[in-house]
Design a protein around this ligand. Sequence first.
Ligand SMILES: NC(=O)c1ccc[n+]([C@@H]2O[C@H](COP(=O)([O-])OP(=O)(O)OC[C@H]3O[C@@H](n4cnc5c(N)ncnc54)[C@H](O)[C@@H]3O)[C@@H](O)[C@H]2O)c1
Length: 378
Amino acid sequence: MSGPPELRVGIVGYGVMGKAHCYGYRVAPMLRTLPVTPVVTVMSGRSGPAVAAAAAAYGVPQHTTDWRALVARDDVDVVDICTPPGTHAEIAQAAAAAGKAVLCEKPLALSYPQAAAALAAAESAGVHHAVGFNYRRLPAVALMRRMVADGAVGEVRLWRATWLSDEFADPRTPYDWRFDRAMGGTTIADLGSHLIDMALWMAGGIASVGAQSATFTAERSGQAVTVDDASSALLRFESGALGTMEVARAAVRRPCDFTVEVNGSRGTLVFDYARLNELRYGRADDDPGLYGMRRIRAEHPSHPYAASWWPLGQGVGYGASFGNQVADLLEGWPEAPWSPGFGQGAAVQAVCDAMEASAAQGRWVAVSEVTGARPHPR
Ligand SMILES: NC(=O)c1ccc[n+]([C@@H]2O[C@H](COP(=O)([O-])OP(=O)(O)OC[C@H]3O[C@@H](n4cnc5c(N)ncnc54)[C@H](O)[C@@H]3O)[C@@H](O)[C@H]2O)c1
């Protein structure tokens, strides 16, 4: 029996995201009927024994310590980048030049100019390109966006988000790439990029930011920490809406807690990652006797993604976002462009850069100061 033709994927990096993406490729064909069957043919990583062990564990038949060799292989159609951000743009540009489709983990790059260069390379090569903003593929987050777009809260007036983690709370946590600005380890880029993607997606463009940052532990394993432990920002949207955002990796006993809230002219929607199959929703015209917010279970077959998962009431988890991501990208292969593409990656990077500049200079920074007002396709 022959199924759809194979689409062969090479994954660069075998860490947490290498594993998550392998899982996504395995699960996607169980969720939807796809025109191709994704198969991870090869993985790369810097340590030979470690990449060999990861490839064996994830069922990947081949491995290499040379990402350039992976990009050049004839049996790789898609290059999937799961390495630290400081390596992304170079790998993405090389993959595009080799004519490969590119899925790149967030953030797309270290800086807006690097992200714009990756976008230009993908566009001039005419290859598919996407950034791994996976959280928008959670059913409740996708439902929240759909409801906002459908006018469920009216005109968006306030948007706020927090992302609290205790990853860096212990000063004895040893130095790695996450503490190194040159590898793109900033908290703004790591956690903030997801929130900024959701902000732009739900509430439209951000015009300017007023940010602050702090590094509480200046040295780890004898090396200087060059990233922020925590940052926060006031946001002004192009629509006139106001926003706030707080990201921290120094919040004790907060594992990966993120929340997004939208207050519109007629309603409020709240997402809380600790209850990721739910939304809270209240409308101005609700029965006053039932004052408050109802809990929507984002699992009904009419909700985004829900019908391809489990029976009502069983819920999904983090891993589902990676299966949904692959299914979304490959469902229209090869005609449909991928979304969110590098244009959105660059737009997110521009807001990250504006936050960095604002925190460093102690003033409001317009995002157009970073981009030169260049619009990006989203
Ligand atoms: N979408 C999400 O939910 C999510 C979650 C975690 C990380 N990420 C992103 O995925 C990317 C990878 O993160 P991760 O958590 O998988 O990292 P990790 O540390 O677990 O794995 C990093 C991988 O990159 C390789 N690598 C190549 N050059 C390196 C270098 N100079 N320093 C360190 N490692 C190097 C390592 O060998 C390893 O295979 C980052 O861009 C990160 O922001 C996304």
